[in-house]
Design a protein around this ligand. Structure first.
Ligand SMILES: Cc1cc2nc3c(=O)[nH]c(=O)nc-3n(C[C@H](O)[C@H](O)[C@H](O)COP(=O)(O)OP(=O)(O)OC[C@H]3O[C@@H](n4cnc5c(N)ncnc54)[C@H](O)[C@@H]3O)c2cc1C
Ligand code: SF4
Length: 420
C-alpha cells in the first residue's frame, strides 16, 4: 500500500497552477500535501489535510474523484492521473491515529448543532477549535448521518466514524446528545432559553421521494434510504428490482447482492445511469443488471409493470403505449432521492423554506432567523459529502462572526480586557 502511494506521489509534477486543486470542491492543496509527504513531513501533510477538511479520511474514500481532483489532473490527459485519493487516505489515516489534541481554551460560549452528518460535524470541529462549547443533538443513536446510516460498510468502514468521534469530539470535549430529535420534546426555542448563542441546522434529507403510483404501499416494497439504514432488518428474497439508477441506488443494489439476493435489476428512466461511472462499474462487476428507458406504471404482488420510453431528437423521452410489461420480483426498492423532513420548521417560528421544503439560507448559512444557521443537504438538496463540508466551513466562520458581534459578547470581552 505505502509503496504504491509513494509511487503515485513521485508521479506528481508539482504543477504551478494545479488543475487537481481547482477540480476539488474544497480546494485541497494537493501538490503541497504531496511534497510535504515526499519531504518526510508526514505529520505536517496530515495536519494540512485535516485543517482544510475535517472529513478528509471520509472524502478520500467516498468522493467522486474521477469527476473532481483526479479527473482534472494534467497527467490524466494522456494517461493515468495521480491517484490522490489513495495518497490522501494513507496520509490522513496515518496522521489521524496520532491525533490526541485536547480541547482549545474555552471562551464559555455555547453553540448547538442539530444533526451530526458531514455538515454538523464540520461546524462542530471548527467552532470547537475556536473555543466554543459545542453540543451536538442527533436523532439517531450514533453520529455520522448518511455516512453511517446510508453509505454501506464495504465503501466506508464505520470504524472511521468511531475514530472521528473519539479524536474530534470526545477529546475536544464536544458533547453529543444521541437519540434526541429537535422539534419533539426539545425545540429550538428551548435551546435559546438555555443560553445557546447560535444554532446550526444540518438535518439533511431523509424523506424518501415517492413515485406516486399504485402499489407503493405493498408489503414487499421499500424505500432505499430506509433499507440502507439497517439492511439486516429486511428479507428481500432472491429477485430484487431497484427503481432508480443514482449513486444511492447503486448502494442499495450492491448491498442487496451482498445480503443474499440472486438477481438484482436496476431500472433507469433514461438511456444512462445517473450514478458515477465508478459506482455503476462496480455494480455491474458484482452482477447487477441495468435496464434502461423504462418507467414504472404499477407495483403488483408479482413485481413491477414498466412501460418503454423512447428518446426523442431533442433529448426528451416519450412513453410508448402498449409496451407495458411485468418484470417479476420478490421485493422492490424505490431509490429516487430524498427530500427534507419538516419537524424543525413546523416547530419553529420564522424559518422559511423553498417550494421543495429545503431551508432557505444564503451561502454563509444565514436563515431567515439571525441566530439560526444551516447548510448541507437540508439547504442544497441531496448533494455530496465534500459539498456539505465546503459550504459548512464558510457557515462556521459566519456563526463565529455573528456571535462575536452580539452586544453581550462584546461587553464581556471589553470587561475582560479592562480586568487585564
Ligand atoms: C445512500 C447514499 C449514498 C451516498 N453516497 C455518497 C458518496 O459516495 N459520496 C458523496 O460525496 N456523497 C454521497 N451521498 C450524499 C452525502 O452522504 C450527503 O450529501 C451528505 O451526507 C449530506 O450531509 P448533511 O450533514 O447535510 O446531512 P446528513 O448526512 O443527512 O446528516 C443529517 C443528520 O441530521 C440528523 N437529524 C435529522 N433531523 C434531526 C432532528 N430533528 N434532530 C436531530 N438530528 C436530526 C440525521 O439523523 C443525520 O444524522 C450519499 C447519499 C446517500 C443517501
Ligand atoms: S494536476 Fe496532477 S500532476 Fe499536477 S499537481 Fe495536481 S496531482 Fe500533481
Amino acid at each position: 500500500m505505502a509503496i504504491h502511494v509513494l509511487d503515485e506521489a513521485h508521479r506528481c509534477l508539482n504543477c504551478k497552477v494545479p488543475q487537481c486543486q481547482k477540480g476539488c470542491p474544497i480546494h485541497t492543496p494537493i501538490p503541497q500535501v504531496i511534497q510535504l509527504m515526499l519531504n518526510g513531513k508526514l505529520d505536517e501533510a496530515g495536519k494540512t489535510l485535516f485543517e482544510n477538511n475535517p472529513l478528509t479520511t471520509v472524502c478520500s474514500l467516498v468522493c467522486n474523484h474521477e469527476g473532481q481532483c483526479e479527473g482534472h489532473c494534467v497527467l490524466g490527459r494522456k494517461g493515468a492521473p495521480v491517484h490522490f485519493s489513495a495518497i490522501e487516505n494513507y496520509i490522513s489515516t496515518t496522521y489521524s491515529s496520532k491525533m490526541v489534541h485536547g480541547p482549545a481554551a474555552s471562551n464559555g460560549i455555547r453553540v448547538a448543532i442539530i444533526g451530526s452528518g458531514p455538515a454538523g460535524l464540520t461546524i462542530a470541529v471548527i467552532l470547537a477549535r475556536k473555543g466554543y462549547q459545542v453540543t451536538i443533538f442527533e436523532g439517531k443513536d450514533k453520529i455520522g448521518g448518511v455516512l453511517r446510516y446510508g453509505i454501506p460498510e464495504f465503501r466506508l468502514p464505520k470504524s472511521i466514524l468511531d475514530d472521528f468521534e473519539y479524536r474530534h469530539l470526545r477529546l475536544k470535549d464536544i458533547k453529543v446528545r444521541p437519540n434526541t430529535s429537535i422539534g419533539g420534546a426539545i425545540g429550538i426555542d428551548d435551546l435559546l432559553r438555555d443560553g445557546y448563542k447560535a444554532i446550526f441546522v444540518g438535518t439533511g434529507v431523509w424523506q424518501p421521494n415517492t413515485l406516486h403510483i399504485k402499489g407503493e404501499t405493498l408489503g414487499h416494497v421499500h424505500f432505499g434510504i430506509n433499507y440502507l439504514n439497517n439492511p439486516d432488518s429486511f428479507h428481500l428474497g432472491e429477485r430484487v428490482i431497484v427503481i432508480g439508477a443514482g449513486n444511492a441506488a447503486m448502494d442499495v443494489a450492491r448491498t442487496a447482492m451482498r445480503k443474499g439476493a440472486r438477481y438484482v435489476q436496476c431500472f433507469s428512466r433514461s438511456d444512462t445511469v445517473q450514478a458515477s461511472k465508478h459506482e455503476s462499474d462496480y455494480a455491474i462487476l458484482e452482477g447487477v443488471e441495468f435496464i434502461y428507458c423504462k418507467a414504472p406504471k404499477e407495483i403488483v404482488d408479482e413485481g413491477v409493470i414498466f412501460i418503454d420510453r423512447e428518446k426523442q431528437e431533442d433529448g426528451t423521452y416519450v412513453e410508448i403505449p402498449g409496451t407495458e410489461k411485468l418484470y417479476p420480483a420478490d421485493s422492490v426498492i424505490i431509490s429516487v432521492s430524498q427530500g427534507p423532513r419538516n419537524r424543525i420548521v413546523n416547530s419553529t417560528q420564522g424559518l422559511s423554506v423553498s417550494e421543495r421544503g429545503l431551508l432557505l439560507a444564503d451561502e454563509n448559512g444565514h436563515t431567515t432567523r439571525p441566530e439560526i444557521f444551516a447548510s448541507g443537504d437540508v439547504v442544497n438538496g441531496a448533494r455530496t459529502v465534500v459539498e456539505a463540508v465546503a459550504h459548512s466551513k464558510k457557515v462556521a466562520e459566519a456563526m463565529d462572526a455573528y456571535i462575536q458581534s452580539l452586544p453581550e459578547i462584546k461587553e464581556q470581552k471589553e470587561k475582560m480586557i479592562s480586568i487585564q
